[in-house]
Ligand binder design. Structure first.
Ligand code: G6P
Length: 621
């Protein structure tokens, strides 16, 4: 949700900023801008639309500036037009700001600053930050004890301004009086400092840094960094010097390249066999029928004894949580509830002693999930995290956790993170089951089957062309239903979400039995109904639901278990998946639905990796 990148070094900043913005474009793509700073002046370029539009609008000649900031926007305050695009400047034109986050009290500050004679040109909350810093820096009424030395004064003005802000920010800030100084600051939005050889890159995530250096400092909330050519200093916003550990970024450039694929989503779907193998690798002890999750080792005893687990997350992670509820209750017999993080945080939740909250998030930055974690921690609950991005805020905020280990996920529609989230939840549930009542034989069988999932996913991927044909024959229908039961009910929700978010087809996911309580009224031959009808305890029931649709002239696309010849009688289109125990099926049955959505979106001519209005990392409420 907005991406920021800033450079200070010896190389020409412009191409580094543009490349960095392209890497961050998944975070928002409404408008973009850069500011390039030289000794003489700052040049600001902004456009509505994507980074490619910004690139095209830049003058052919590069000014050779070695300092600059860039931004790709997901609009919150103000339309995605050129004026509202970042960077924003204060009235004096000295202070230049790019911002990721939301300033909640911006209206109050704007009124106050207007009263002081400051003027504004945009509708954004970010401009208020620039104007506020400028106000303290320029000290127009001479009332503040501003330091005389310009560098100290710049740092001080930033601190003064940040004290006034309510909300979240990841910031990169320049001052034209100090063409060799770059300040970064963070609260509630991610910010990383890449430390290269005689160069520094500040960015919202490591993908914009890794091409230049793998050494990075992860700033925490309330921290800032002042960067100069000769080095940098980290401080709290309260002006206390702090030492931060330089860490190794854990992924390489080739992991974030398209590598011959047309889209990141396509690549990430295809990566699932290897991604899942990495996720499971070294964590399953088949011989002893146990699971080893290092990050949770100290908490398994508490988990096994807990009276209640609450799983929380947003979007696809929430769907994984729903699968988790089935897994925890069926395999471990632990009462489990699933909460939308956005609801949990505001509902004054009752957390009895011993409740454990598990937060699930690919990015580890989702604002609602973070707020839910804080809410749970305030009430004394132990909070565990299932996160993909190493070093992300959720990974650092939770008491302990498990990394998904699937590598960077860049496509806005989550795919490999979902299967890995379910795999981790399955491992947890089996281990908890072992500690409670699950027999060693039953656990061993499940773990053995779990280890076969990556290969089975590989077999489903081979049907991509067949699934594309199904998408082609149905993509003109504007309303679809996705139906499943039990473990496959959350998969139906996920299939509908995938189709909605990238192909802009309206889709509804439902527990199949609920169809007769309303949605059945919608069935016509213009509404494809996707059924997940694999071999499971409710197989006969779901066949009944398919009959109900067909009796009303509805078209069916059925995901079934390989070898099930009987199901042919019920399907207009049939996709087979390999057999697997019911609790593990979601990791297979979701694959055809990911592919169906992907192909439908491509065939309809949409930009699969950057669906309209969406952003991958939702760092606002
Ligand atoms: C956004 C993304 C979804 C994702 C959700 C939660 O809405 O578009 O794909 O599932 O955020 O993100 P998280 O990073 O917390 O898993």
């Amino acid at each position: 949700m907005c991406g920021i990148v800033a450079y200070l070094g010896q190389k020409t900043a412009r191409p580094i900023l543009i490349e960095g913005l392209k890497r961050l474009e998944y975070r928002g793509y409404d408008s973009a801008g850069v500011a390039l700073m030289s000794r003489r002046c700052v040049r600001v370029f902004k456009t509505a639309g994507r980074i490619s539009a910004l690139e095209e609008s830049l003058p052919a000649e590069d000014g050779g500036e070695v300092v600059g900031v860039g931004h790709t926007r997901w609009a919150t305050h103000g339309k995605p037009n050129q004026i509202n695009a970042h960077p924003h400047l204060d009235g004096s034109g000295k202070i230049v700001v790019v911002h990721n986050g939301i300033i909640e009290n911006y209206a109050t500050l704007k009124t106050w600053l207007s009263g002081k004679g400051c003027s504004f040109v945009s509708e954004t909350d970010t401009e208020v930050i620039a104007v506020l810093i400028g106000y303290f820096y320029n000290n127009p009424d001479g009332s503040s004890p501003a330091p005389v030395d310009l560098e100290s004064r710049f740092e001080w003005a930033v601190q003064q301004a940040l004290h006034e802000l309510v909300g979240t920010y990841g910031l990169a800030i320049l001052c034209t009086d100090l063409p060799n100084v770059l300040i970064g600051a963070k609260k509630g939005s991610p910010l990383i400092l890449g430390v290269g050889e005689n160069e520094y890159i500040v960015a919202s995530d490591a993908s914009a840094i890794v091409e230049h250096t793998t050494q990075a400092i992860y700033l925490s909330d309330g921290e800032m960094v002042t960067i100069m050519p000769e080095g940098f200093r980290t401080k709290t916003i309260g002006n206390k010097l702090i030492t931060k550990e330089v860490q190794e970024i854990e992924f390489s450039l080739d992991q974030i390249e398209l590598a011959g694929y047309s889209h990141y989503m396509q690549k990430e779907i295809a990566e699932q066999p290897t991604a899942l193998s990495t996720c499971l690798g070294g964590r399953v002890d088949l011989q002893n029928a146990r699971v080893v999750l290092g990050g949770l080792s100290k908490y398994f005893r508490e988990l096994a004894r807990t009276r209640r687990v609450i799983l929380t997350g947003c979007g696809t992670a929430w769907h994984a949580a729903l699968v988790g509820e089935f897994l925890f209750e069926q395999l471990a017999r632990i009462p489990t509830e699933v909460e939308y993080a956005s609801e949990f945080r505001y509902r004054n939740p009752i957390l009895e002693d011993g409740t454990i909250v598990v937060a699930i998030s690919q990015s580890g930055e989702t604002a609602d999930t973070l707020a839910a974690i804080e809410q749970a921690k305030e009430r004394g609950a132990t909070v565990l995290g299932l996160v993909n991005v190493v070093g992300s805020t959720i990974a650092r905020t939770t008491d302990a956790g498990v990394y998904l280990r699937v590598g960077p996920e860049i496509g806005v529609a989550s795919t490999k993170a979902f299967t890995a989230q379910v795999a981790v939840l399955a491992m947890m549930a089996i281990e908890l089951g072992r500690r409670r009542h699950l027999s060693s034989d039953a656990a061993a069988e499940l773990l053995d089957e779990l280890m076969q999932i990556p290969n089975k996913i590989g077999l489903i991927l081979k049907q991509s062309d067949h699934i594309r044909q199904i998408a082609q024959q149905n993509m003109d229908h504007e309303n679809w239903l996705f139906l499943g039961r039990g473990f496959n009910y959350p998969v139906a929700l996920e299939g509908a979400l995938k189709l909605k978010e990238i192909s802009y087809i309206h889709a509804e996911g439902l527990p199949a039995a609920e169809m007769k309580h309303g949605p059945i009224a919608l069935i016509t031959n213009q509404m494809p109904a996707v059924f997940i009808a694999t071999q499971c305890s409710q197989y006969e029931k779901i066949i009944g639901n398919i009959e109900e649709v067909r009796a009303r002239g509805g078209k069916t696309i059925v995901v079934a278990t390989e070898g099930d010849a009987h199901i042919r009688n019920y399907a207009d289109h049939l996709i087979y998946v390999p057999a697997a125990p019911e609790p593990l099926q979601p990791m297979l049955t979701v694959l055809p639905l990911q592919l169906l959505a992907y192909h439908a979106a491509v065939l309809r001519g949409h930009d699969v990796d950057k669906p309209r209005n969406l952003a991958k990392s939702v760092t606002v409420e």
